[in-house]
Design a protein around this ligand. Structure first.
Ligand code: MIG
Length: 673
């Protein structure tokens, strides 16, 4: 049951397309105080809180204060309160079990046992919002109801579940060719190479640097023959430059965000002084979306949208003030306070909160200050692209994922988890975000494998990949000035080939699970407690996940480990894929086990009466035969699998012909219906 409670008049987010009529009952569960502008809930001693999408800390979010404020935050540390997404959905599970969604485009905080251990307090910046309360039979049921409410998730083309290689940046067409050649020569499967900002002419959206990437359309064609897709980045900020058509047209039509007095708001990002397209203005959004045509015409079939929190390095005015103020420090003796003030001047330039109060959107003719709708910007940028693709290429799926997001954006694209680091703890953070993102509708997702910032190591990348082979978005990406991270840069090529090769063997299963999760409004990845609600141990597990109906995964997240402890909520079959191609199977009883996991082993756990289909593998997604399958199974009476299989590129998703049932009996006979 879903109830909608209305407070004031919200600024429309379009997270929910068909709103239930407002409920006039008094609000259950929560205490609502208009004076302190907050909702609060008394949590039971052992209540757990799930959700909040992309954020730091645990699967159980209790014990910290989170802020919904899309942030360009390259330090994914425990003490942060927000990352790039604003995902205001959570489930309280304990004495009482219910879901809450706060549909509100401004900044709000979720204090979940931070100020007081037993209290959750939700505080928006003003009192204009819709609050949804969702009750159901189980955690999973609550999620499904919520997901129906917010609409079907974006569906990626199947090739986008292949392996992708990225770096900030491959600087030229030849460098891209080299990446492709190295993978192909070494028989390391690959489907995508990503282009970061340097493919553009001086960081101008919808341009190509003709010197380093001459005839991009030819390159796209050449790579397509190798079954590789190029996926360029698009930034939110549009460079201010006379003669640059996107800038000039946007100015002429009044499509950029403005100051209160109607003068242009100039913010700086990569290209220097830039304009922010008013993604919240429908006309401007359509216009921005149409710009993608420039790259679609060159044969491009996928994009990633970056810097759309929006990130702002500095504003013209603030930079001027800071430079002047710094001048006043000349010759001064800096004591502690002055020193911190002084260094803070430059540090405070980046993404300063004040900037977000200095520009305005034109929403259906109303002028609205940005901070009131801050969390919609990346969402509406990605919607601009998504709607344009539906218009421009209606019969083909286009790959799209974004950095910033709000719930609602999940209908137009996936997200990647942003600028993580080459840290062991970030493998675990990657794992923990998967179920909470799935809860909020983000199914096409993954983290920068190997870590974006800092120098990676071979063992870290191997272990991280042993998780990454399960996530729909599987991309290796690293920042400028970090150690080269393409797998062929390391010694253990055989190990990497094995892991990535296994991803391609798992593709029939992963794609089928991904599609079923989308079409059934379900989670592909779930905390153990979702599947074993009566098991108190399952609720404690923060480093294992359920994947589909079949599997449990438990990746190694520690350096120098020869294995790890794994908790089995029921008897399962351990399946071990070894680098030499052999597959070992062993039945393990419910309970705790120390499981040895060699550096290039992939270990997974199959539930009783379930089976796992495998392909023969291949060098790219289109080479995979999704019908020639082999099976691993754990049959007690009968293993049954519902297999989703379509062409992977058209939009005829719901056709019942895409589903078949695979059955294996105790004798090992396979029937397909
Ligand atoms: O602030 O385009 O998260 O993936 O490589 C850096 C350069 C801007 C941030 C993205 C990252 C990308 C980088 N971008």
């Amino acid at each position: 049951m879903i109830r909608r409670f209305v407070f004031g008049t919200m600024i429309e987010t379009e997270a929910i397309l068909q709103k239930p009529s407002a409920c006039m009952d008094s609000l259950p569960y929560l205490k609502c105080s208009e004076e302190s502008l907050s909702f609060s809930y008394e949590m039971g001693e052992t209540d757990r809180i799930y959700g909040l999408g992309e954020n730091v800390r645990g699967i159980n979010k209790r014990g910290w204060i989170y802020e919904s404020k899309c942030s360009d935050e390259p330090e994914h540390l425990e003490d942060r309160r927000s990352l790039y997404g604003a995902h205001n959905f959570l489930i309280v599970d304990g004495r009482e079990t219910f879901g809450i969604f706060i549909d509100y485009p401004g900044i709000l905080t979720f204090d979940i046992g931070y100020t007081r251990h037993d209290q959750m307090t939700i505080t928006p910046s003003d009192w204009n919002l819709d609050l949804y309360l969702i009750e159901g039979d189980s955690l999973r049921d609550i999620v499904r109801q919520f997901r129906h409410l917010i609409g079907r998730s974006y569906i990626a083309p199947r090739w986008a579940l292949g392996y992708g290689q990225c770096r900030w940046s491959y600087m030229s067409a030849d460098e891209v060719r080299e990446v492709v050649k190295n993978h192909r020569d070494l028989h390391i499967p690959l489907d995508m190479v990503y282009l970061d900002i340097d493919y553009m002419e001086r960081y101008k959206d919808f341009t190509v640097n003709e010197e380093t990437f001459p005839n991009l359309d030819k390159l796209v064609e050449e790579l397509k023959e190798e079954h590789i897709r190029l996926v360029p980045i698009i930034d939110a900020g549009v460079k201010q430059e006379e003669g640059y058509s996107v800038y000039e047209e946007g100015m002429k039509k009044g499509y950029f965000c403005k100051r209160e007095d109607g003068t242009p708001f100039v913010a700086a990002v990569w290209p220097g002084k830039s304009m922010l397209p008013d993604m919240l203005n429908k006309e401007a959004r359509d216009w921005f979306g149409s710009q993608y045509q420039f790259l679609l015409d060159k044969g491009i079939e996928g994009f990633w949208n970056d810097m759309n929190e929006p990130a702002i390095f500095y504003t013209e005015d603030r930079l001027k003030e800071v430079i002047e103020e710094i001048g006043t420090f000349r010759g001064q003796n800096l004591d502690l306070d002055k020193y911190f003030y002084f260094t803070g001047l430059v540090q405070g330039l980046h993404n300063n909160r004040d900037y977000y109060k200095q520009f305005y959107h034109n929403i259906d003719g109303r002028q609205i200050r940005h901070d009131r709708v801050h969390n919609l910007y990346g969402y509406q940028m990605t919607r601009a692209a998504g709607e344009a693709f539906e218009r421009l290429v209606p019969d083909k799926r286009i790959l799209m994922f974004s950095r910033a997001s709000y719930i609602g954006m999940h209908r137009y694209g996936g997200i990647w988890m942003g600028d993580n680091k080459s840290w062991w703890s970030h493998i675990l953070l990657n794992l923990k975000m998967l179920p909470s993102l799935n809860m909020c509708g983000f199914l096409y997702t993954g983290a920068d494998l190997g870590g974006f910032g800092s120098d990676t190591t071979e063992d870290l990348l191997l272990r991280w990949m042993a998780l990454g082979i399960f996530t729909p978005l599987m991309r290796n990406h690293a920042a400028r000035d970090t150690r080269r991270q393409e797998v062929y840069r390391f010694e253990n090529i055989d190990g990497f080939r094995h892991l990535i090769g296994l991803r391609y063997r798992l593709l029939p299963y992963l794609y089928s699970e991904y599609m079923k999760a989308v079409l059934r409004y379900d989670c592909m990845f779930r905390p153990l407690a979702f599947d074993y609600p009566a098991d108190p141990h399952a609720a404690q597990v923060e480093d294992q996940l359920m994947l589909g109906e079949e599997l449990m995964i438990a990746p190694v997240c520690q350096p120098n480990a020869d294995g790890r402890y794994v908790y089995l909520p029921e008897t399962m079959k351990l399946i071990r894929f070894k680098e030499n191609g052999s597959i070992e199977e062993e039945i393990l009883d419910a309970g705790h086990h120390y499981v040895k996991v060699a550096l290039t082993d992939v270990v997974l756990f199959l539930r009783p009466d379930h089976l796992l289909p495998l392909s023969q593998g291949g060098q790219y997604a289109e080479e995979i035969d999704f019908e020639q399958l082999s099976y691993l199974s754990y049959v007690k009476t009968k293993a049954v699998y519902e297999y989703y299989h379509d062409d992977g590129c058209s939009r005829d998703y719901e056709n019942p012909a895409h589903l078949s049932t695979i059955i294996i009996d105790t004798e090992g006979n396979v029937t397909i219906e």
